[in-house]
Write a protein that binds this ligand. Structure first.
Ligand SMILES: Cc1ncc(COP(=O)(O)O)c(C=O)c1O
Length: 449
C-alpha cells in the first residue's frame, strides 16, 4: 500500500521497486493530463453554473473521500508487528531511540507512550521553582500546556500570527514578566516557527527555549531540523502525525541532566542511565509514573521512518501545485511565513485564509459554495486553550495563567478555510479542487449578494 503513495517523482525514484514504478508511471500520466486541464481553468470556471445553484459539481474524482487517508501502513508494518507477536520484547524501543537520535543529530532521545507524556517529562526535567512561567500559544493541543500544572509551572499565553498559526515573537515581547523562564513554540501542522529569531531573543532575556515539534518530523529552518533548536523538544507519533505509530512520542535532549531527569519520571527501569547518574538510585520506582512506549508502536515508527523525508517532500510538491493556483485568487492566502529558508511539511490540513473584503464574499458563503462543489472545505474553529475553564480557575495552578487578548488566534479561526491534506498522489482531484475554487471566485459577485 505505502509503495503506491507519495514516493513517486522523488529523486529516490531510482531505488523504487516495480510496483512503485508502475504507480509512478500511471501517476505522471495523470499528472500531465491534470496540468493540461489546469492550463485553462479560468475560462472553464466562468461558464459553468455553481453547484450551489444547481450546476454540475466540480469535484467528481472517486479519490475524493479517501485521498486524506492516514496512516498508510503496508506489508512491512504488518511483518514488523507479526515479528513482535512471535517474539515479544522491548527491543524496538531501544532501536527507535537510537535511530531517531541519529536522524536528529541530538545527543539524547527517549521514547514515550505519547507526546503528552514526553511533554510532562520535559516540564519535570526543567526543575524550575513553582510559579515559573512558560510562554506558549493558546492555539495548540492541550498537552503543550496542561502538564505544566503538575510541577507548579504556569502558562503565559502568547498570540499566534493569523497567517502562520505560529508563535508571534512580537506579541511574546509584550508578555514577558519577571517570572517568565521559558518559551515553548509549536510548529503548527509542519510549518517551522521562527526559531532563529525566537532563540536570539530568548537568549538575550535569559529564557530557556523548548520546542513542541509534534507536527514537524523532518521539517527544517535554515537547514536545521525542527526539534533541534531548543534545549529540549518533543515529538508525537500519534496516528494522525507525520510519523504515525498509532500512539507514541519522543523526547529530545541536549543535556545529560535533562535526559536523565526526564527519563526518571516515567521509566522506572532507567534504561541507558549510567550507574553514576544521580538518578540511578531511583531505579525500581522512578518518580512514580510509567510512560514507556508500547514496542508495537516503536516497531511501526521504525518502519515509517524509512520513507519520512520522501513522503514529506511528495506532500509538499502536491500541495504546492494546488496552492500555487489557489493563491492566485484575490483574497485567498495559504499558511506561510513567506520565509525562503524554511522546509516545511504538511500534516492534517492544508490551511487557507480568506480576506473577505478582498475576495468580495464571506468565508461562510465561500465554504458553503465549495462544499456544494464537492470540496471538503471546513470553516475550522480550532479550540483556543485559554478559553477553557481549566485556565480560568486559579485552584489548578500555582497562580492564575496569564490570559491576554489574543487577536491573532481569534482571527485565524475567523478567516481560515481548512482543506484536507492529500496523503496520496491525486492529480485529477487536485485539478478539480482548483476548478472548484476558480468557479466560485468567478461567481463571487453573485455569492456576495
Ligand atoms: C501540538 C501538539 N503537541 C502535543 C501533542 C500530544 O501528542 P500525543 O497525542 O501523542 O499525546 C499533540 C497531539 O495532537 C499536538 O498536536
Amino acid at each position: 500500500m505505502r509503495a503506491e503513495v507519495f514516493i513517486m517523482n522523488h529523486e529516490d525514484m531510482l531505488n523504487l521497486n516495480e510496483t512503485t514504478r508502475r504507480a509512478f508511471l500511471k501517476s505522471t500520466g495523470a499528472m500531465a493530463a491534470g496540468l493540461a486541464l489546469a492550463a485553462q481553468p479560468k475560462a472553464r470556471g466562468a461558464v459553468e453554473q455553481l453547484a450551489i445553484n444547481g450546476g454540475p459539481k466540480a469535484v467528481t474524482a472517486p479519490e475524493s473521500a479517501t485521498a486524506a487517508k492516514w496512516p498508510l501502513y503496508g506489508p512491512e508494518e504488518e511483518a514488523a508487528i507479526l515479528e513482535l507477536v512471535r517474539n515479544p520484547g522491548y527491543d524496538p524501543n531501544r532501536k527507535l531511540e537510537e535511530e531517531w537520535q541519529e536522524y536528529m543529530g541530538m545527543p539524547y532521545a527517549r521514547a514515550y507512550c505519547n507526546g503528552t507524556s514526553a511533554l510532562t517529562c520535559m516540564f519535570f526535567a526543567l526543575n524550575l521553582p513553582p510559579g515559573s512561567e512558560i510562554m506558549v500559544p493558546s492555539y495548540t493541543f492541550f498537552a503543550t500546556i496542561t502538564p505544566m500544572r503538575f510541577f507548579g509551572l504556569v502558562p503565559v499565553f502568547v498570540d499566534i500570527h493569523p497567517r502562520t498559526l505560529n508563535f508571534d515573537l512580537e506579541d511574546a515581547k509584550k508578555r514577558l514578566t519577571p517570572n517568565t523562564k521559558a518559551v515553548l513554540p509549536v510548529h503548527w501542522i509542519g510549518l517551522p516557527a521562527d526559531m532563529d529569531l525566537i532563540s536570539e531573543w530568548a537568549e538575550e532575556k535569559g529564557l530557556i527555549v523548548l520546542e513542541d515539534a509534534a507536527h514537524a518530523h523532518g521539517a527544517r529552518l535554515k537547514g536545521k531540523l525542527m526539534g533541534t533548536w531548543g534545549r529540549m523538544s518533543i515529538f508525537s507519533y500519534q496516528m494522525s502525525k507525520p510519523l504515525p505509530a498509532i500512539e507514541g512520542g519522543m523526547g529530545m535532549y541536549y543535556e545529560k541532566e535533562d535526559f536523565e531527569r526526564a527519563s526518571s519520571l516515567g521509566h522506572y527501569e532507567m534504561p541507558n542511565i549510567p550507574e553514576d547518574s544521580p538518578y540511578y538510585k531511583y531505579k525500581g520506582s522512578g518518580f512514580g509514573l510509567k510512560f514507556r512506549m508500547h514496542p508495537m508502536a516503536a516497531a511501526l515508527a521504525r518502519c515509517q521512518m524509512k520513507d519520512l523525508e520522501a513522503r514529506n517532500a511528495a506532500g509538499v510538491r502536491q500541495t504546492r501545485r494546488l496552492n500555487d493556483a489557489l493563491t492566485q485568487l484575490p483574497g485567498l492566502y495559504e499558511q506561510s511565513s513567506g520565509r525562503k529558508d524554511v522546509e516545511r511539511l504538511h500534516y492534517a490540513w492544508n490551511m487557507l485564509f480568506i480576506d473577505e473584503a478582498e475576495a468580495g464574499m464571506t468565508r461562510d458563503k465561500a465554504v458553503e459554495a465549495l462544499k456544494a462543489e464537492g470540496v471538503r472545505a471546513d470553516a475550522l474553529h480550532y479550540t483556543l486553550q485559554h478559553t477553557l475553564p481549566l485556565y480560568a480557575e486559579e485552584q489548578w495552578w500555582h497562580h492564575k495563567p496569564v490570559i491576554p487578548d489574543l487577536p491573532g488566534s481569534v482571527k485565524a479561526n475567523a478567516t481560515c478555510i481548512a482543506l484536507p491534506y492529500f496523503t496520496s498522489e491525486v492529480p485529477e482531484l487536485v485539478d478539480q479542487y482548483i476548478k472548484a475554487f476558480e468557479k466560485i471566485w468567478a461567481h463571487r459577485k453573485e455569492l456576495s449578494a
